[in-house]
Design a protein around this ligand. Structure first.
Ligand code: NAP
Length: 224
């Protein structure tokens, strides 16, 4: 399987990249970002791109892939709706429209989050914009598309979030993980499980298109 990965420098993307590189069935990963990951691996290629609203200049490089794992995204904290919409909706749809044109046999997987608003009408700005993004992606003629809605993602394998507040939060949370798992089993996942669930969905599909946190963990096969 040949995979394109967006957001490979982020917390979720680093976890997904790790699982892709470990998986013997993945023969190539193209990481697309505004900067390189800096990682060296025989299976890994990097594409540094500046304008995430227009991929027409790199269409050729984005051709010939089986799956796209779209882990690029930002926290909406302190952002105006217009700016959050640009990164969340505009970037994602610009990439997806190019990819579906060049790879109609592709499976596209998008990371949104627990609480995403499919009605696009609710009060929470981030949830509306993520819901609009999911709805638009599901209309594109990919072979398959799946929307991943993880809850709290525990970083594994030394992976760190780029967001300072999250780094502090995860560091505080780490010793409490067994308690949190017991109290909120449906809300917790980790970077390994997200990556493994994506690979599973890309290989074999999934029972539904909108995958909530328990669905992600179940698809990952109970790994931790
Ligand atoms: N972390 C969680 O617990 C959690 C839970 C549920 C859902 N999610 C969702 O998962 C997605 C990824 O989250 P994360 O925690 O991995 O975030 P992160 O650590 O902040 O990583 C964000 C990724 O997106 C890229 N990115 C951000 N703004 C960009 C821009 N303007 N242009 C190009 N690339 C940009 C970053 O690239 P650079 O390295 O160049 O900045 C990085 O690769 C988000 O949509 C988030 O809502 C996360």
């Amino acid at each position: 399987m040949k995979v394109i990965l967006f957001g490979a420098t982020g917390m979720v993307g680093q976890g997904v990249l790790r699982e892709c590189l470990l998986d013997p069935e993945v023969e190539r990963v193209l990481a697309v970002g505004r900067k390189a990951t800096g990682q060296q691996h025989a299976k890994l290629r990097e594409l540094v791109h500046k304008d995430f609203t227009d991929f027409s200049s790199v269409e050729e490089e984005l051709t010939g892939y089986d799956a796209c794992f779209f882990c690029l995204g930002v926290s909406s904290a302190g952002m105006k709706e217009e700016d959050y919409h640009r990164v969340t909706y505009d970037f994602t749809l610009a990439a997806a429209k190019t990819l579906v044109k060049r790879n109609p046999g592709m499976t596209f997987i998008y990371v949104s989050g627990t609480g995403t608003d499919s009605t696009e009408q609710g009060r929470s700005m981030w949830a509306r914009v993520k819901g609009k993004t999911e709805n638009a992606l599901m209309k594109l003629p990919f072979k398959a598309s799946f929307m991943f809605r993880p809850g709290i993602i525990q970083p594994m394998d030394g992976i760190k979030s780029q967001t300072k507040a999250y780094r502090v939060g995860y560091a505080v949370m780490a010793p409490l993980t067994p308690v949190l798992k017991a109290l909120f089993p449906k809300l917790l996942t980790n970077t390994r499980q997200v990556g493994r669930a994506m690979l599973q969905a890309a290989r074999h599909g999934a029972p539904k298109r909108l995958l909530e946190n328990p669905d992600i963990n179940s698809l990952a096969g109970g790994t931790s």
